[in-house]
Design a protein around this ligand. Structure first.
Ligand SMILES: [Zn+2]
Length: 93
């Protein structure tokens, strides 16, 4: 996907890291309408985050809710590390 750098990410201002911070609230439907709009805009323009959100959504479906391990700082760092590896391995960015 080609994104014009002058009109793309800058317009929404959300980075993958911020999405990770908000994802539990998103899945619990706890975001404000403005936050939700920015979150969903990022999902449309990002190649990695939709997979990440799908994984967490599946986790919620299986266990009923996100566990401490899913959202603890350690778990989040592991996911962010995974993100970086992911992007380096095959992503367009
Ligand atoms: Zn992203």
């Amino acid at each position: 996907m080609t994104v014009d750098p002058s009109a793309g990410a800058e317009a929404t201002g959300m980075a993958c890291r911020e999405l990770v911070e908000l994802v539990t609230d998103y899945l619990e439907d706890a975001l404000s309408p403005a936050q939700r709009a920015r979150f969903e805009a990022h999902l449309l323009e990002c190649d990695d985050c939709p997979m990440y959100v799908d994984q967490l959504r599946t986790t919620v479906r299986l266990v009923g809710r996100l566990t401490e391990a899913d959202v603890s700082p350690g778990g989040r760092d592991a996911l962010l590390t995974h993100f970086r590896t992911w992007t380096r391995a095959g992503g367009p960015r």
